[in-house]
Design a protein around this ligand. Structure first.
Ligand SMILES: [Fe+2]
Length: 88
């Protein structure tokens, strides 16, 4: 509808409206998050409940990153327009 989405309550963060740029940014968030989780899972003595929670989170995020990487690969192979048509 031609509007621009903005977060104005508290610290601002950009809203990425371009699908390809969004997927790249989301992949980077997953990559950074997995590194952070890995450092906590492997670098600290955790109680069992926290370890299980972080492990489940890691596995879930790994799945998210695999999906996003696959979408980026499809865009690289077929182009953004063909990718978007394939999503219909
Ligand atoms: Fe995620």
């Amino acid at each position: 509808m031609g509007g621009c989405v903005k977060h104005e309550c508290g610290q601002t963060s950009p809203v990425i409206c371009d699908v390809h740029e969004y997927l790249k940014a989301d992949n980077k968030v997953s990559e950074d998050g997995l590194k952070l989780l890995d450092s906590h899972i492997n670098g600290e003595t955790l109680d069992y409940a926290t370890f299980d929670l972080l492990k489940d989170y890691y596995v879930d995020e790994e799945g998210d990153m695999a999906w996003t990487s696959q979408q980026l690969d499809l865009i690289d192979r077929f182009g953004i327009n063909n990718y978007l048509i394939g999503q219909l």
